[in-house]
Design a protein around this ligand. Structure first.
Ligand SMILES: Cc1cc2nc3c(=O)[nH]c(=O)nc-3n(C[C@H](O)[C@H](O)[C@H](O)COP(=O)(O)O)c2cc1C
Length: 408
């Protein structure tokens, strides 16, 4: 049977072409074309030297811890409720006693000004706009006072501590951080020694990056990154002086590998605010820390950057939540790449999740606007997932809405 055809008129085609007005500048338009954290990662890869991208993107040894952690999120099956009122959904929650627009904390990441010259200031500004807390690293590249000055609510800036070999210096740093108005201390305990980040070794990465024949060659490919690094304040750690060294040398030479649970008493004397311990990977350790009186724990394997072949923290989460009472806030990180991942962790009992690379990809892709975009993506994905699950508030995210591969 032959189809009867007719000639199209321009007046019929025109409305189909749709002339979307071009909104924002070039950077904003480029970022708007990123619909997922993966899209931001692809943009990031094109905008910073390879050693910088690899430092952020990479993990330790065979990178199995990271891959498995992400696979755990991918293995989740949701069981949504239908016919629930989800026109108005409240994504807000309370973390460390303060209201937050969603259960997300921007994780501490070292050497942030290497990813983009605006570094921690850009992250703090975007986090403040989004109404989320941001934990600044001991290996931060911006003085804590300056980061606090950028945040809308200074109490939303947290500080992450690595305990120094020289305790007097730890004490000095803690009183400076406290004087800046910070209340929440995140003590990272999964770095007795540096993990072996093979990509950094192979790229010959030092902190700060040194000018070698190879880096000079890269300058030609990433001129604006180098121009910004060389023409803004020097790229150094905010808390200590440093000549160019590998991260392994810095960590192993500066931080104390003999820290034990007994040091928590010393820390309590130094820090009157909340103490969260990050890097917990076993139920019995979580129970011990709860008994020792910490305010929260972060189940984490450091984004797979320390011990390789570690258990996916998401998998450990339900057992830890069962073992502890509500007085300890249980959080989780490693592998979070979407708002659906956040919903999964909440349904399994987490109070909040930390995310590191997700916002760093945004930072590398487009500075402060890039972090804004990363947070918009995570927030809109979280909201939509809650609506599709039939959850009107974070309290409605319940274990019966989720199956993890390998569980029941
Ligand atoms: C580039 C980079 C630097 C990091 N630096 C630190 C740090 O200085 N202190 C710390 O406690 N954790 C650090 N982390 C680990 C993060 O806090 C967090 O545990 C991890 O990024 C979570 O995994 P995700 O990147 O998959 O979200 C770093 C992570 C990355 C990616």
């Amino acid at each position: 049977m032959s189809t009867k055809r007719r000639l199209l008129r321009w007046s019929e085609i025109r409305p189909l072409i749709g002339s979307t007005p071009r909104k924002g500048n070039r950077l904003e338009r480029r970022l708007q074309r990123a619909f997922t954290i993966g899209d931001l990662r692809a943009q990031a890869r094109r905008r910073v030297p390879r050693a910088v991208f690899d430092y952020t993107d990479g993990a330790a040894d065979d990178e199995l811890s990271l891959r498995r952690a992400r696979a755990a999120y991918a293995s989740v099956t949701f069981h949504p409720h239908v016919l629930r009122p989800v026109a108005e959904v409240d994504t807000g929650t309370t973390i460390a006693g303060r209201p937050s627009t969603m259960p997300l904390v921007l994780a501490p990441t070292g050497f942030t000004r290497m990813m983009h010259h605006a570094g921690e200031r850009a992250v703090a500004a975007a986090a403040a706009r989004a109404g989320l807390p941001y934990a600044v690293s001991t290996l931060g590249t911006t003085p804590i006072e300056d980061v606090v000055a950028v945040a809308r609510r200074p109490e939303d800036v947290w500080f992450q501590l690595y305990v120094w070999r020289d305790r007097a210096r730890s004490e000095e740093m803690l009183s400076r951080v406290r004087a800046a108005g910070v209340d929440v201390l995140v003590v990272t305990v999964d770095v007795p020694v540096a993990g072996r980040r093979l990509r950094d070794h192979r790229n010959g990465l030092t902190m700060p990056p040194s000018l070698t024949a190879r880096t000079l060659l890269q300058m030609a490919r990433y001129p604006s990154w180098w121009f910004n690094v060389l023409t803004t304040e020097p790229l150094t750690f905010a808390s200590f002086d440093q000549r160019a060294q590998s991260l392994t040398e810095i960590i192993n030479g500066t931080f104390d590998p003999s820290v034990t649970a007994a040091d928590l008493d010393w820390l309590r004397q130094q820090w009157p605010g909340r103490i969260f311990v990050k890097g917990v990977q076993r139920v019995d350790d979580a129970i011990d820390l709860a008994r020792a009186g910490v305010d929260g724990i972060v189940l984490s394997n450091h984004g797979g950057r320390q011990l390789d072949r570690a258990e996916p923290p998401l998998q450990l989460l339900p057992q830890v939540v069962d073992a502890l009472d509500d007085s300890v806030e249980v959080m989780v990180d490693t592998g979070v790449q979407s708002g659906a991942d956040v919903a999964a962790a909440l349904a399994l009992g987490a109070r909040a999740v930390f995310a590191g690379r997700a916002y760093l990809y945004g930072l590398m892709a487009g500075g402060e606007h890039g972090v804004d975009r990363a947070l918009q993506i995570l927030q809109s994905e979280f909201l939509r997932t809650m609506q599709l699950l039939g959850a009107g508030s974070v309290e409605d995210l319940h274990p019966d809405m989720i199956t993890l591969a390998g569980s029941h």
